[in-house]
Design a protein around this ligand. Sequence first.
Ligand SMILES: Cc1cc2nc3c(=O)[nH]c(=O)nc-3n(C[C@H](O)[C@H](O)[C@H](O)COP(=O)(O)OP(=O)(O)OC[C@H]3O[C@@H](n4cnc5c(N)ncnc54)[C@H](O)[C@@H]3O)c2cc1C
Length: 387
Amino acid sequence: MPEKKIPETKNKASAPIYDCLVVGAGISGLTAADHLQRSGWNVAVLDKARGAGGRMATRRKKVNPDWANPVWANPVWDHGAQYMTVRTPVAQALLDQWRANMPEPDYGQLQDWYNLAPSQDQHSVRWIGTRGMTTLPKYLAASLTTFFETRIVNIGLQSFSRAFLWELTADDGRQFRGQNIVLTMPVPQAVVLIEASQETLKDLGSAFNTTAFESMKSIQYDPCLAVLAELSSPSNIPPPGFVEFRDSPETANAPLAFLGDNYQKGISSAYTVTLHGSPEWSKAYFDAAETEITHQLIQAAAPWLDISQHNLSQVISTQLMRWRYSQVSKKNASTSFPEGFCTLSDEPGLLLAGDGFGGPRIEAAILSGLSAAKALTSTNKIPAIKV
Ligand SMILES: Cc1cc2nc3c(=O)[nH]c(=O)nc-3n(C[C@H](O)[C@H](O)[C@H](O)COP(=O)(O)OP(=O)(O)OC[C@H]3O[C@@H](n4cnc5c(N)ncnc54)[C@H](O)[C@@H]3O)c2cc1C
């Protein structure tokens, strides 16, 4: 069993050596860290953002703490993933375990938004968080050692007691040491980080899996332009609160892919809607001006927002979110990595996990993080080094 956590100090010589450093507090990184910690590993999770969730993202506009008073309603938007579906027994078991342990008053809960929409013929529970899609990530992060606002810019290697030790450097110079690393950011971002660290990774010699690294480079993501709008009255979006525009050759270049009503979903006490641009349209307009993007998406959604081309008075405010990496687009990503994650080095462990290795869904990201963590615990590699 590893030793208990050693508090971090500024003195590098006495700074803790983690059994594993997980980069990314999205759902894959949190699932991996949760499993490792439950297996007795000493883990730290590092994320460049201010909080947990990654693409399970919820935005809140603080207006008034009096949630019950609709005049002072608090606008909330799920602006990344909208819901989670679970199709495998492994993910279902994890979900059941998390739900059973989630103390509602502190973190919120997971609940089903709907399981059969009028336009659909397949029953499948769409899980959402009662406090938005960040509900689950926030709950998982709360019991882990986390370092937010920590953007990792370099992976280094130290030779230590006849073994290698990873040393991750953040953009403000802070360093974190660990015996294994799991990187969980979108794959193109991981490729940039690894390429920036090539000089040090050369020290691994043939232990670095160049073939896997080259395969990773073909994993691509669709962008998604998202507009978050606040309305003065309810939207025309039919119950249960969404309109999905099916992907077809005729609609590929149409602006809208999805319209979600956060008020009907039950996460916002104000009338807010989330508008997601389609992959092709988002690609074409990714660098366009905010006013242009917002105008086009709002106009495309006009019938559901109860507005006309010349009367936008129902729209109180808008914000734009540009997701450069939203959902994995390369269909063969999972066939290149049948284990659902990627091992770039066995000893010391350098693994990659996330939806890039499993498919464009939260469930795939969960399974990827879990598989990577199980691969580490099964080799029982900890802890060679303790200071
Ligand atoms: C608009 C949109 C709609 C979607 N809709 C759905 C849906 O309805 N249902 C569904 O199942 N899935 C949906 N998805 C996909 C789903 O959100 C993802 O598959 C899943 O959340 C990916 O989780 P992850 O942990 O692999 O990656 P992420 O959530 O991206 O987590 C990676 C983390 O790494 C951090 N990071 C990146 N670089 C660094 C660095 N250098 N240093 C430190 N930290 C770093 C990031 O801040 C981030 O928190 C959607 C995604 C988007 C964007």
